[in-house]
Design a protein. Structure first.
Length: 127
C-alpha cells in the first residue's frame, strides 16, 4: 500500500522547484562575473525536480514494514509497534527502542483513511 503526499504539499514542491530553477537561470543571465546563485540554486532546483517527479509517496507499507519514502526515512516493522499516539497533527509510532513520526498534514485525505485503517488493524495501545 502506498500513502500519497497531499495535493497541497505537491504544489508547494512544484513551486519550490520552479523558483530554484528560475533563480539559477536568471543569475546566469544577470550576473556578469559571480555565478554563486547559479551554483547554489541550479543543484537545488534539479534535486527538487527529481524529487517532484519520482517521490509521490509519503509512506509505503509492504510485507508488514512501514517505510518513510525519503532519503533518510525510517523503517518499522508493523509487528514491533507497541503504541500509537495521535498528538498535534501527527501520529507517533513507538516500539521498544525507536519511534517514528508521521505528519498527518502531508498525507492525501483518501490515503489517510487507508493509513488509519491499517493502523486500526494492529493490536496496539492508542494514546
Amino acid at each position: 500500500m502506498k500513502i500519497l503526499y497531499s495535493k497541497k504539499r505537491r504544489k508547494y514542491d512544484l513551486f519550490y522547484t520552479i523558483f530554484c530553477l528560475l533563480i539559477g537561470v536568471l543569475s546566469l543571465f544577470f550576473s556578469e562575473t559571480n555565478h554563486k546563485f547559479f551554483y547554489l540554486y541550479m543543484p537545488l532546483g534539479l534535486i527538487s525536480l527529481y524529487r517532484y517527479i519520482k517521490v509521490k509517496y509519503y509512506l509505503i507499507i509492504e510485507k508488514d514494514v512501514l517505510k518513510q519514502n525519503y532519503i533518510f526515512g525510517k523503517k518499522m516493522e508493523l509487528s514491533e509497534i507497541k503504541s500509537i499516539k495521535h498528538f498535534a497533527g501527527e501520529y507517533i509510532l513507538r516500539t521498544d527502542t525507536r519511534k517514528m513520526r508521521i505528519d498527518i498534514g502531508s498525507i492525501d485525505q483518501s490515503s489517510l483513511l487507508d493509513l488509519k485503517g491499517e493502523l486500526k488493524k494492529l493490536d496496539v495501545q492508542w494514546i
